[in-house]
Write a protein of this length. Structure first.
Lengths: 308, 73, 366
């Protein structure tokens, strides 16, 4: 049974009682919250995800609970509770959803050391995955979100989960977090995209979440091999320029960009080396999304040649 | 790219330093002068292009990272 | 639906005999993992399952969760070894003797549980006469003293037995340099020279550790007025592991009791022995349990204190919300008593400390 198969009001009731368990491959997340509006937003954004038995083992169990802020916030606040602790300052009550999304990311990055966790968006087409590593101003979320509506499978917005044994990337599809201008960009780019409410004044400015296309959720258990690593560099009005990146430079960028490179040590070293040897690595400067799409498409359509 | 398994640190070393490390691995215990001579021969450089001082500098840097250690004669 | 007492009992049982884990259902597993995480012993639990051969027979999800926690702790242990080696290089050069304390000492002793702890700082001790020089040499070598406000600086100068924390820029772990075991103004004032006299060499040149007896006594003292509120149970496990490791030598126990008497550290030893027996059920020679009675407070106080202390040290189940605030008043009493810090100074100090810790996610979760 999927989240969307139950009425939003039922979901809200369940969330307030024993909690709602969502299957978000590769994990199960249980959410407990009495905040009805938050549960309804989950219903909208996670409609295509499987519901699990709330009694089964959840990998991450979070509570979004109303709270008074420690600094005596005048507005009502919401607190993120994981295993009996609140690692973050509370958000204003209406911002339960961004707090949930951000909080789950944080917990995930601390707990999943059985894989190499790269800080990247991931899309896939024809069995070939493209990593879009994150760096400030890169526009990776916007680029990945737009690709999702042009024939690419959407694997992740934040985490490139790499299996240490197979070096395949594992999907972890979550609503794409769009910020500020990107929200309108995606609305214009893909009329069929379902974008949740805009939350003004978060730490990152205005944030809205795009629902992952249902097909990508359906295929969330399928890994893919990494064909290309594209470091996006969005510059308004810039002409398209795809610069190849040497293996050493790509290694450095990727290692710095990983959440748990340090923790995994030698295993991470070998994994990153293997990835940059096999993948096409580029820095992609672009001002126009369609240009960027074409460049990525061309990159992946090339026959794979031996490492240069 | 060099991974120091003892410390868990990753280092970017240039091609010259990489060759030097390989030499040291093959034949530990050589003096700086001997290493310099072998390195120059190995990479087919002229001694002006790769002076002893440069090799010494690389060794000092590697020593600070605890990747190589000098011991007194 | 397991109660909090059930889960806590399960954790305590599983630590002693990991085979009980083989019978758990998914919901119990989840509660147990959350409880272990909350009490900073998930990596330790993983280690216990590994050393008893139970690890491979566990279901995927818990096995992977424990392995992940183990990897995180191992990395911190590696960084801690590196950090103390760097400090030792500076001190060797300048001829300042060094004693490694707490977590890094367990590592240098190769204790089996040493790399399951989430180390956040490296603790070392230098002779009191060398403390200012040590601070200067570390600063010259690149370590930076934490930016402190005037309040904290005056706290360190007046009450503490350490210089303000230092950190090498870009590195994760901080460094705490002490010159004695207990705060100078505390009621417990063992002579640091006594510890230096019995300190033991390690594989790392220039770095010593406290003798086994002194290590345990130091940990006992630390547990009762120094340790972080959230890692108390983990600190009790350190004492458990030391009792197991050092206690194999029959000479250890009489020496421990004698030393406690000699250094006037009997009270912390008394509580340690009681708590190890009560909570962890560490096997202890009956002689010791009898011997430490002489360090006990008067009988009615002893009964009340034992109950209260056990309540504070027992692992906490993270499931109930809102959290039960256990023993904070007791904590303040103990600290005020041992530290001789007047209440009108102690309370604002503790409030500031807890506010600061509440805002720092780095100290949380595995």
């Amino acid at each position: 049974m999927k989240v969307g198969d139950v009425p939003a009001s039922s979901l809200a009731l369940q969330a307030a009682r024993g909690g709602v368990s969502l299957r978000i491959p590769p994990i199960t997340v249980r959410v407990r919250s009495p905040i009805a509006r938050f549960a309804q937003q989950l219903h909208t954004l996670y409609g295509a995800y499987e519901l699990c038995d709330v009694a089964d083992l959840a990998d991450i169990d979070v509570r979004l609970l109303p709270a008074r802020g420690p600094r005596r916030l005048l507005a009502p606040a919401v607190r993120f509770v994981i295993d009996g602790i609140t690692p973050f300052e509370p958000f204003e009550l209406d911002h339960a959803l961004p707090l949930f999304e951000w909080g789950v990311n944080w917990v995930f990055a601390h707990r999943m050391h059985q894989h190499l966790l790269l800080h990247a968006a991931v899309v896939e087409r024809g069995g070939r995955a493209v990593l879009l590593p994150a760096w400030p101003g890169s526009g990776k979320s916007t680029l990945a979100a737009s690709l999702a509506w042009r024939g690419w499978r959407y694997l992740s917005d934040e985490f490139g989960i790499v299996s240490l044994s197979t070096l395949a990337v594992l999907p972890f599809p979550r609503p794409a977090a769009l910020k500020n201008e990107s929200i309108d960009v995606i609305r214009r780019f893909a009329a069929q995209a379902l974008i949740g409410p805009t939350f003004p004044r978060t730490r990152k400015g205005a944030v809205a979440h795009m629902r992952v296309p249902d097909e990508s959720v359906r295929r969330a258990a399928e890994p893919a091999s990494i064909a290309a690593i594209v470091f996006p560099d969005f510059q308004k009005g810039a002409a398209l320029q795809a610069r190849p990146l040497g293996q050493t430079a790509a290694f450095l960028k990727l290692a710095h960009n990983a959440f748990n490179y340090e923790v995994l040590g030698e295993a991470a070293f070998h994994a990153v080396a293997a990835i940059v040897r096999r993948a096409q690595c580029r820095i992609l400067r672009y001002g126009d999304l369609d240009d960027a799409h074409q460049a990525i498409h061309d990159l992946v359509e090339q026959p794979v040649h031996a490492d240069v | 790219m060099l991974f120091d398994a003892l410390v868990g640190g990753t280092h970017l070393v240039n091609a010259t330093a990489a060759e030097l490390l390989l030499l040291i691995e093959e034949a530990p215990g050589l003096t700086t002068g001997e290493l310099h001579a072998r390195l120059v021969a190995r990479v087919e450089a002229s001694p002006e292009a790769l002076p002893l001082a440069a090799v010494d500098e690389i060794l000092q840097w590697l020593a600070r990272l605890n990747i190589v250690a000098a011991h007194g004669a | 639906m397991p109660t909090s007492d059930d889960i806590v009992a399960l954790l305590l049982l599983a630590i002693k005999d990991p085979r009980v884990l083989q019978a758990l259902g998914p919901r119990e597993w989840e509660r147990l993992l959350a409880c272990a995480r909350r009490n900073a012993v998930l990596a330790y639990l993983a280690h216990r399952t590994e050393s008893t051969g139970v690890h491979e027979r566990l279901p995927d999800a818990p096995r992977v969760a424990m392995a992940s926690a183990r990897a995180g702790a191992r990395r911190l242990a590696q960084l801690a070894r590196w950090e103390v080696e760097q400090i030792a290089q500076v001190m060797r050069r300048e001829g300042i003797p060094l004693i490694a304390l707490k977590g890094v000492a367990y590592l240098l002793r190769d204790m089996p549980h040493a790399d399951t702890r989430l180390i956040t700082d490296v603790d070392v001790m230098v002779p009191r006469a060398s403390i200012d020089a040590a601070e200067r040499y570390l600063q010259a070598a690149g370590w930076r003293t934490a930016d402190l406000d005037a309040y904290d600086r005056s706290y360190y100068r007046r009450w503490s037995h350490e210089i303000p924390p230092m950190r090498y820029p870009g590195r994760l772990l901080g460094v705490d340099v002490h010159h004695t075991i207990c705060a100078p103004v505390s009621r417990l004032r063992p002579d640091p020279n006594a510890f230096w006299a019995h300190a033991v060499a390690t594989r790392m040149p220039g770095v010593r550790v406290l003798s086994p007896v002194d290590s345990l006594l130091h940990a006992a003292v630390h547990l009762f007025f120094d340790s972080d509120f959230d890692s108390r149970f983990r600190d009790l496990i350190d004492l458990h592991e030391m009792a197991l490791a050092f206690g194999e030598d029959a000479q250890f126990w009489p020496a421990l009791v004698a030393r406690a008497a000699e250094l006037d550290l009997g009270r912390p030893l008394y509580y340690t022995v009681r708590m190890l027996g009560l909570i962890v059920r560490t096997p202890l020679p009956t002689g010791v349990v009898a011997e430490v009675e002489r360090f006990a407070p008067p009988a009615p106080v002893a009964r009340w204190m034992t109950r209260t202390v056990a309540d504070v040290l027992r692992p906490v189940d993270p499931e109930p919300w809102p959290r039960r605030h256990r023993g904070k008043l007791w904590l303040m009493y103990v600290r005020s008593h041992w530290l001789r810090m007047p209440a009108h100074l102690l309370i604002p100090h503790l409030v500031r400390k807890s506010l600061r810790r509440a805002g720092d996610p780095a100290t949380q979760t595995q």
